[in-house]
Ligand binder design. Structure first.
Ligand code: 5GP
Ligand code: ZN
Length: 113
């Protein structure tokens, strides 16, 4: 097992508040929310960011986003939401496992604006 904290969450080795899971992705609550609703969409496969992903991983990520659009209401996102993925140090990416921030409702800080 790698030292990646998100891989450990996906493997169930570290607890997280899961809101949705299927074969390709896990959606959890962010531990330090920057908006009224702040989830993280984690592809189950480890890759660092969108630059490093393969075509196959890109197709799977697209499928995950389609599923997200289908379950948005169930997740309390009917008022609208932002999707953010930080890549690299200039964007202040802190976890090197691709993740999409799902931000709903009012932002609580300008970190994601
Ligand atoms: P980044 O800065 O890489 O774009 O975002 C990483 C996000 O992961 C941050 O919003 C941070 O709060 C969240 N995070 C870091 N460690 C954990 C954890 O152990 N559990 C959960 N649920 N979120 C985490
Ligand atoms: Zn990982």
């Amino acid at each position: 097992m790698s030292e990646c904290i998100f891989c450990k969450i996906i493997a169930g080795l570290i607890p997280a508040q899961k809101v949705f899971e299927n074969e390709d992705m896990l959606i959890i609550k962010d531990i330090n929310p920057q908006a009224k609703i702040h989830y993280l969409l984690l592809p189950k496969e480890h890759y660092a960011n969108i630059i490093e992903m393969t075509e196959e991983q890109a197709v799977k990520l697209g499928k995950c986003l389609k599923t997200l659009s289908q379950i948005a209401n169930d997740l309390g996102l009917q008022g609208g939401f932002r999707l953010v993925s930080n890549k690299g140090t200039d964007a202040r990416q802190t976890v090197g496992h691709l993740h999409i921030h799902i931000l709903g409702g009012q932002l609580l800080s300008d970190k994601m604006a």
